[in-house]
Design a protein around this ligand. Structure first.
Ligand SMILES: Cc1cc2nc3c(=O)[nH]c(=O)nc-3n(C[C@H](O)[C@H](O)[C@H](O)COP(=O)(O)OP(=O)(O)OC[C@H]3O[C@@H](n4cnc5c(N)ncnc54)[C@H](O)[C@@H]3O)c2cc1C
Ligand SMILES: Cc1cc2nc3c(=O)[nH]c(=O)nc-3n(C[C@H](O)[C@H](O)[C@H](O)COP(=O)(O)O)c2cc1C
Length: 782
C-alpha cells in the first residue's frame, strides 16, 4: 500500500506513525514544505485525557512526549488586582518544536519517509497512491482547490490575536484581563518547558486600533504588549516568531473526503485557541483515521467510516470552542463584575465546568463566589447571611414590591386542557403541586385575552367571569399553601391561532370549529395554514382593550405579577420579527416601527396593572433564521421595554417561522439572556434545556440571568426546587402536611451528597501534575 501525506504537522506525522505501525510493509511518505526543525509558534497544551489516548495508541512517542512536559493543575485568573486560582484541571504543556521533533524521530524509526522542504502543489504527483492524507494546516491549499466539494465555511472572528512567547515561568494556566487606556487586553499564558511560556494576546478590533497596533511590526507590537503586561512579566522578555496579529478563522467543512483524499487536523476544522484543543484534535483525527483503516475492508470504506465516526466529536469540541471564544469576544459585558464572579464566569464559560464541579475541586473559591452573590443581595436590602450564604439559587429577589424566596421558576406551559378557556381541576392540581414543590415563582400558561386569541380550543383564557373565578381559586390555593408567587402570562395567538391541541398536531390548523386569525401581515404559518387578516387600527384597538380587560381581571384574581407574551411567533411577536411583519405603515419597517404596537399594548397594561406589582415581557431573542431577529436586536428590544417600565425580560428564542434552524444543546438559550442582561442592563430570566439545580446555580453565579425558568423538568418533577434545597441544605417553605417528607429528604441528602462526592473523588484518577508532585516529594524522615 502507498500512502502520501501532505503536511508534517501533528496531524500528518501522527497519522504516518499510526498507519505505519498498522501496516509495516506500506510505503508511507510525509511531504513537508518547511525544514525539519523550522517550526513556528511556541507551546501546545494537552489535557490528561488526551494523553491517556496517546499512551494507548503509541506508547514510545507518548513516553518521550511526557518526559518533556511541563505539568500544572491550576488555572489562575488575574482581574482588577485580584487573582483567583482553581485546581484540579490536569493540563500539560510542551514546546511545539519538541513535539514535532519527537514525532519525526518516531516516524523515521518505524520506516516512514520524511521529505522536508518539499512544497506540494498538485496531488497528481500521487496518482499511484492508495491514500492521500491532506494535513496541510489551516490555510490548506487542497481544501481550497476542491472548495466546491469540501464546502468549507470560514468564519473569521472579530477579535485580534498574536501568539508570542516569554521566559517568564508560570505555575498555572494563566488568564490576565488587563484594563488599558485603549480598552481591555487579554493574555492566555502557560509554561511549556523550563524557562519558556506561551503567551497569546487577544483584544477587540476597536481596542486594537486605539492602541495603535495596526501596521506595527512584530517587534514593536511585542514591545507594546510588554509595556501593558510588564507588571506581570517581572523583567522577562517577550519572544516573537511569526507573531503577527490575526483574526481567528473558525473553519468547518461540509465534507472531509474526496475519492482517496482525506482532510485531517486544521485543514478540515479548527477550534479556538482559548480551549487549547487544536493539536489534540489534529492528533485524535489521526487516531480516528488509523482506527477506521484498521477496521474497514477498503480505503473507500475506511474514509467513509472516519468521517461518519469522527464528525460528532469534532463538532462537540468546536461547539465548546465557539462558546468559549464568544465569551472572550464579549468580555466587556462582565467588566463591571465583582472579580470573583468574573473569575467564576471565566471558569464556567464553556459549560463543561459547573458550580457543583467547582465546589468539589475548589470549595474556597465557590464559597467566595457565594459570598459575593449574597453581598449583592444584601445590598438590595435583604437581610441574608453573607458569612454562610445560601447558594445563588436560594437567594431572594425583589421585583418592585414582589419578593421571591428563591430563583427557580416554573416556565409558562400550555396544558391544552381548558373548557371554553376555563381552567379546571387539572389546572388547580398542576399549579398547586408545583407551588408546593418549592419554586419561587410560577407562571401560568399563555392565557388568552379573548376567545379568538386562543392558540387551541384547550387554551385557558381570562375574558369572562367564569374564567376569573376559576383563576382566583388557583391563585388563592397557591397563596394559602405555599411561599410561591404566581405570574399571569397574557397572550394572543395571532397567526398561530385556531390550531390543534399539541398532541393532535402542534400548530396545525383545526379542521373543524376554527375561527378567523389576525397577524401583522397576511402570511400563513404553514403553506396550508389559514391566511391571517392584516390588523388595521380598529383591530389593534380591540386587541389592546382585550389585554387591558384581562389584566384587570388578573388583578382581581390576586396574581402577583403580569407577563406580556411577545415571543414564539404569536400575535405581538409577529409584529416584532421582520420575517412576519411586512407592513409599510407606521407599525412595520424599522425595529422602532415593528415594536410600536407591542409597546403600545405593554404601556396600556402597565398603566392598568398596579404600580407596586412587577411586569415582564417574553421575547424571542433570535428567530434562528436568516434576516430575522438577532441577539443584538434583542438588546434593543429589551432596552425599549425597560424604558417603558418592564422589570424583567423573559428571554426565549425562535418558534417564529417554520424554516428556523435552532442550535439546541444544554442551556442553549442562556447566551441570549446573558447578552440582554449585561448589555441592556435589565434583569432577565433564562430558560431552555436547563435540567439541573447545578446548572441553575452556575448560570446565576456567573451573572448570566437573575431568574432561571424550567419547563419540561417541572412537568415530571413538581418538587424540583424542594429537592434542590435539600441537596444544598437551603431554607425552603413547606406546608405542614408534608413536613415529615421534607425532614427525611433533608437528612438523606446530606449523606447522599457526601457519598457521591466521595465516589467522584475516588473515581477521579490523579492528574499527571499530582503524580509528578508525589514522585518528586522528598521521603519523610524515618
Ligand atoms: C495562537 C494559536 C495558539 C494555539 N495554541 C494551541 C495550544 O495551546 N494547544 C493546541 O493543541 N493547539 C494550539 N493551537 C493550534 C495548533 O497549532 C493547530 O491546531 C495544530 O498545529 C494543527 O495541526 P495540523 O497538523 O492540522 O496543522 P499544522 O500544525 O498547521 O501543520 C500543517 C503543516 O503542513 C505544512 N504544509 C502546508 N501546506 C503544504 C504543502 N502544500 N506542501 C507541504 N507541506 C505543507 C505546513 O508547513 C505545516 O507544517 C494554536 C493555534 C494558534 C493559532
Ligand atoms: C408543553 C409545553 C407548553 C408550553 N407552553 C408555553 C406557553 O404557554 N407560553 C410560553 O411562553 N411558553 C410555553 N412553552 C415554552 C416553555 O415555557 C419553555 O420556554 C420551553 O419548554 C423551554 O424550556 P425547557 O427546556 O425547560 O422545557 C411551552 C413548552 C412546553 C413543553
Amino acid at each position: 500500500m502507498k500512502i502520501a501525506i501532505i503536511g508534517g504537522g501533528p496531524a500528518g506525522l501522527y497519522s504516518a506513525i499510526l498507519l505505519k505501525k498498522q501496516r509495516p510493509g506500506a510505503d508511507i511518505t510525509v511531504y513537508e514544505r518547511n525544514r525539519a526543525d523550522d517550526t513556528f509558534g511556541f507551546g501546545v497544551v494537552f489535557s490528561d485525557a488526551t494523553l491517556d489516548n496517546f499512551e494507548k495508541y503509541d506508547a514510545p512517542s507518548y513516553r518521550r512526549i511526557t518526559q518533556e512536559f511541563a505539568y500544572w493543575d491550576d488555572i489562575a485568573v488575574h482581574f482588577r488586582g485580584t487573582v483567583h486560582r482553581v485546581g484540579g484541571n490536569g493540563f500539560c504543556g510542551c514546546s511545539r518544536r519538541t513535539l514535532l521533533l519527537i514525532l519525526q524521530e518516531r516516524a523515521r524509526e518505524l520506516g516512514v519517509t520524511l521529505l522536508f522542504e518539499t512544497d506540494i502543489d498538485d496531488e497528481a504527483h500521487f496518482a499511484d497512491a492508495d491514500l492521500v492524507v491532506l494535513a496541510d494546516g489551516i490555510n490548506s491549499r487542497f481544501r481550497d482547490k476542491y472548495i466546491e466539494h469540501f464546502q468549507p465555511e470560514v468564519d473569521l472572528r472579530s477579535n485580534m490575536f498574536a501568539w508570542m512567547g516569554s521566559t517568564r515561568p508560570l505555575d498555572a494556566f494563566t488568564f490576565i484581563f488587563q484594563e488599558t487606556e485603549w480598552g481591555p487586553f487579554i493574555a492566555h499564558a502557560y509554561q511549556y518547558e523550563v524557562g519558556r511560556s506561551t503567551w497569546i494576546f487577544e483584544t477587540d478590533p476597536a481596542t486594537f486600533k486605539r492602541a495603535g497596533l495596526e501596521g506595527l511590526g512584530e517587534k514593536q507590537s511585542a514591545d507594546r504588549m510588554a509595556g501593558i503586561f510588564g507588571w506581570f512579566l517581572e523583567g522577562h522578555q517577550l519572544l516573537i516568531n511569526r507573531s503577527m496579529w490575526r483574526n481567528f478563522p473558525m473553519i468547518r467543512s461540509k465534507r472531509w473526503v474526496k475519492d482517496n483524499m482525506v482532510l485531517l487536523g486544521d485543514a478540515k476544522a479548527t477550534a479556538h485557541f482559548s480551549i487549547g484543543s487544536g493539536t489534540k484534535l489534529a492528533m485524535e483525527d489521526a487516531i480516528a483515521l488509523a482506527d477506521a483503516m484498521h477496521r474497514a475492508p477498503t480505503v473507500e470504506a475506511a474514509l467513509q467510516q472516519y468521517e461518519e465516526g469522527r464528525r460528532e466529536e469534532v463538532e462537540k469540541t468546536q461547539h465548546a470552542a465557539d462558546v468559549s471564544l464568544v465569551w472572550f469576544e464579549h468580555v466587556d459585558r462582565f467588566w463591571n463584575f465583582d472579580p470573583v464572579q468574573f473569575a467564576f464566569g471565566v471558569m464556567t464559560r464553556a459549560k463543561a465546568i459547573t458550580y457543583d464541579n467547582l465546589t468539589l475541586r475548589a470549595p474556597d473559591f465557590v464559597a467566595e463566589v457565594d459570598k459575593a452573590f449574597a453581598r449583592q443581595v444584601r445590598a438590595r436590602g435583604f437581610d441574608v447571611d453573607v458569612e454562610k450564604p445560601a447558594s445563588p439559587m436560594f437567594q431572594p429577589l425583589r421585583l418592585r414590591e414582589m419578593e421571591l424566596s428563591n430563583r427557580a421558576v416554573v416556565s409558562p406551559m400550555c396544558m391544552y386542557s381548558a373548557q371554553e378557556g376555563v381552567p379546571g381541576d387539572f389546572h388547580l392540581v398542576h399549579y398547586g403541586s408545583r407551588a408546593i414543590g418549592g419554586a419561587g415563582l410560577i407562571f401560568t400558561e399563555m392565557t388568552c385575552v379573548s376567545r379568538d386569541a386562543r392558540i387551541t380550543p384547550g387554551c385557558t383564557g381570562l375574558w369572562n367571569d367564569e374564567q376569573e373565578a376559576a383563576w382566583r381559586r388557583i391563585v388563592d390555593f397557591v397563596h394559602a399553601n405555599s411561599a410561591a408567587k404566581i405570574c399571569l402570562q397574557l397572550g394572543h395567538a395571532g397567526r398561530k391561532g385556531a390550531t390543534k391541541l399539541m398532541w393532535d398536531g402542534m400548530d396545525r390548523p383545526l379542521e373543524q370549529g376554527g375561527w378567523d386569525v389576525l397577524s401583522a401581515s397576511p402570511i400563513p404559518y404553514f403553506p396550508d395554514s389559514q391566511v391571517p387578516r392584516e390588523m388595521d387600527r380598529a383591530a389593534m384597538d380591540a386587541v389592546k382593550a382585550a389585554f387591558v380587560a384581562s389584566a384587570q381581571r388578573g388583578e382581581r384574581c390576586g396574581f402577583d405579577m403580569l407577563e406580556l407574551h411577545a415571543a414564539h411567533g404569536y400575535l405581538l411577536a409577529s409584529f416584532i420579527s421582520p420575517l412576519t411583519n411586512q407592513r409599510s405603515d407606521a407599525y412595520g419597517g424599522s425595529l422602532e416601527g415593528r415594536l410600536r404596537f407591542p409597546l403600545e399594548v405593554f404601556e396600556a397594561l402597565r398603566a392598568a396593572w398596579p404600580a407596586h406589582k412587577p411586569m415582564s415581557v417574553r421575547i424571542s431573542a433570535t428567530d434562528w433564521a436568516e434576516g430575522g431577529i438577532t441577539g443584538d436586536d434583542a438588546v434593543d428590544i429589551a432596552r425599549t421595554f425597560a424604558e417603558a417600565g418592564v422589570d424583567l425580560v423573559d428571554v426565549s428564542t425562535g418558534q417564529t417561522v417554520r424554516d428556523a434552524q435552532p442550535v439546541y444543546g444544554r442551556m442553549f438559550q442562556t447566551p441570549f439572556s446573558e447578552q440582554v442582561r449585561n448589555e441592556a442592563r435589565v434583569a432577565t430570566m433564562c430558560v431552555g434545556n436547563i435540567t439541573t439545580s447545578d446548572q441553575v446555580n452556575t448560570i446565576l453565579a456567573a451573572g448570566r440571568a437573575d431568574l432561571v425558568a424550567l419547563g419540561r423538568p417541572h412537568l415530571v418533577d413538581p418538587a424540583f426546587t424542594l429537592k434542590a434545597a435539600a441537596w444544598y441544605g437551603a431554607e425552603i417553605a413547606c406546608p405542614p402536611q408534608y413536613l415529615a417528607g421534607k425532614e427525611q429528604i433533608f437528612r438523606n441528602s446530606v449523606r447522599d451528597r457526601q457519598d457521591l462526592d466521595d465516589l467522584k473523588i475516588k473515581a477521579k484518577p490523579k492528574t499527571r501534575a499530582e503524580l509528578k508532585a508525589e514522585a518528586t516529594k522528598p521521603l519523610a524522615a524515618e
